[in-house]
Write a protein that binds this ligand. Structure first.
Ligand code: ITT
Length: 188
């Protein structure tokens, strides 16, 4: 079963490909141009992007918006995670957190499935953890060197894709999607 992942982020794609492969779903990447709307609601961004992608994609697809929410920074960088990472990187987040006793944070993923003729459906996933005191590890992308999920001593960047998928926000949203999708497909 083939499915398109509309994303320009190869890290997101590899994680999703590994996980959905276990469900027998063969994922292909498509970098369809989608303008992200101005909103600080992750779910709204994902749904609006999916609605736009629906106009351009000729087949069923998934699209995902995600971000790191640092509790002592009132959820910053949140929906602006990609932009903030490009501008100040992991080091910038560490500077903002210098001296903070509370280093708790979470990643959220809002994953929208779009199917021509059927509209859009949303799935979400969240993982809580702490921001490390220094970047650790070389794998993954974005804030992976900073994030230590509860239940582990390693950062996401110190984990293999398979290990990260045991914890991550993206994997949780993808698992919810995959079980719904397979049931829907089996009914047909
Ligand atoms: P697409 O929109 O093309 O899918 P993107 O990277 O721009 O790719 P987002 O707009 O959803 O995606 O931004 C999410 C950002 O949040 C991402 O670029 C990272 O900086 C961060 N992020 C999200 N999930 C992450 C993860 O699993 N590990 C590390 N950083 C993550």
């Amino acid at each position: 079963m083939k499915l398109i992942f509309v994303t320009g982020n190869p890290g997101k794609f590899l994680e999703a490909k590994e996980l959905l492969g276990k469900y027998g779903i063969r994922l292909e990447q498509a970098d369809i141009e989608v303008t992200e709307p101005q909103s600080d609601d992750l779910e709204e961004v994902a749904v609006k992007c999916a609605e736009e992608a629906l106009k351009k994609a000729g087949e069923r697809f998934i699209i995902e918006d995600s971000g790191l929410f640092v509790n002592s920074l009132n959820g910053f960088p949140g929906v602006y995670s990609s932009y903030v990472h490009r501008k100040i990187g992991c080091e910038g987040i560490l500077r903002l957190l210098a001296g903070s006793a509370d280093r708790s944070a979470y990643f959220m993923a809002a994953l929208a499935y779009g199917e021509p003729g059927s509209g859009v459906r949303l799935f979400t996933g969240r993982v809580d953890g702490n921001v490390a005191t220094e970047p650790r590890g070389k794998s993954g992308f974005g804030y992976d060197p900073l994030f230590i999920p509860f239940g582990s001593h390693s950062t996401f960047a110190e984990m293999s894709i398979e290990e990260k998928n045991k914890f991550s926000h993206r994997a949780k949203a993808l698992k919810a999607f995959a079980s719904w999708f397979l049931k829907k497909y089996e009914r047909k």
